[in-house]
Write a protein that binds this ligand. Structure first.
Ligand code: GLN
Length: 294
């Protein structure tokens, strides 16, 4: 079978079950399996697909037809212009979360002198996408830094470790299995300049109603934020004051309608100079606040 024939049949099968980007996804799968560029897939329909690759692509297609996210089938996804390994058991990084990275970098640049090392903690790190993206950019700016990544889930941590390696951050990044905070006895640090988190924030009762690609395949532990979606924010804000240096920044992504509640929690915890930043859909998506004194 030629690339063109396979492309067409995959595209039609994906479109039939309502996958919007059927054409792009079919091309992505072929490009990944054949180790080609997308351009080559589109421009050389006449090339024969080798039997092994054809077989693998049929298996890939079957997975996608069951609504498994394409990022899991490809084993990777793009976030903040960087490649991240992902697979079953870890949340797929979302475009909205890129704002958290952007805002973290902006605040580090504005509030910490350039030659000063910053110690960053990304908790509920999942694939590590947030902390690692910040770190890659700090490294490119030549700023000294250290990064700690924390998650309680061993599967997610496996991906976080792969991604630390993939971005050659082994010397500056540490991955810890813990419930929100690394054990200071092991990490050697009990306070951070910047704490970042995109914790689970979906209201428990809403999780089953999310898209099938999400509910059937992505880890519920990474989505479920408790009865009102705010369980993690209560703990993060209350406990962060014992984990931040002064000055120290807590920066949290949250749901589109949770900004006020998260800001209230930050205020109750004693964080100052609080602010909200918007996502590209116009929703307040990231809330931050500073610990200025203990
Ligand atoms: N921090 C990770 C991400 O943004 C994982 C988030 C989570 O598990 N809720 O993708």
């Amino acid at each position: 079978m030629t690339v063109g024939q396979l492309f067409r049949s995959m595209r039609l099968s994906l479109a039939e079950i309502g996958i919007e980007a059927a054409r792009h996804e079919a091309a992505l799968l072929i490009a990944a399996r054949c180790n080609w560029s997308l351009h080559r897939v589109y421009s050389h329909p006449e090339i024969e697909v080798a039997p092994l690759q054809h077989e693998q692509l049929q298996a890939d297609l079957q997975r996608r037809l069951k609504h498994e996210p394409i990022a899991y089938i490809l084993g990777q996804t793009e976030f903040y212009g960087l490649g991240f390994s992902v697979g079953p058991g870890v949340l797929i990084p979302r475009a909205d979360t890129e704002r958290l990275v952007e805002i973290a970098l902006e605040h580090i640049q504005t509030h910490f002198p350039p030659d000063r090392g910053v110690h960053v903690l990304d908790t509920c790190t999942g694939s590590g996408c947030v902390g690692i993206s910040v770190a890659v950019h700090l490294a490119a700016q030549g700023r000294p830094f250290q990064l700690d990544l924390v998650d309680q889930d061993p599967v997610a941590l496996g991906y976080a470790r792969d991604n630390v390696q993939r971005h050659r951050l082994n010397d500056v990044a540490h991955v810890w299995q813990a419930d929100l905070w690394p054990d200071p006895a092991l990490s050697g640090h009990d306070r951070y300049d910047v704490i970042l988190a995109n914790p689970p924030y979906i209201v428990k009762a809403d999780v089953p109603g999310l898209m099938p690609d999400v509910t059937r395949f992505e880890p519920w532990i990474a989505l479920d934020g408790g009865a009102d979606g705010l369980d993690f924010y209560r703990r993060l804000t209350r406990e962060a004051v014992r984990r931040l240096k002064t000055p120290g920044l807590l920066l949290l992504e949250h749901g589109y309608d949770q900004a006020q509640a998260v800001d209230n929690l930050c205020a109750e915890a004693g964080l100052c100079n609080r602010f909200a930043r918007y996502d590209y859909g116009g929703h307040p998506r990231v809330t931050g606040g500073w610990l200025l004194e203990v």
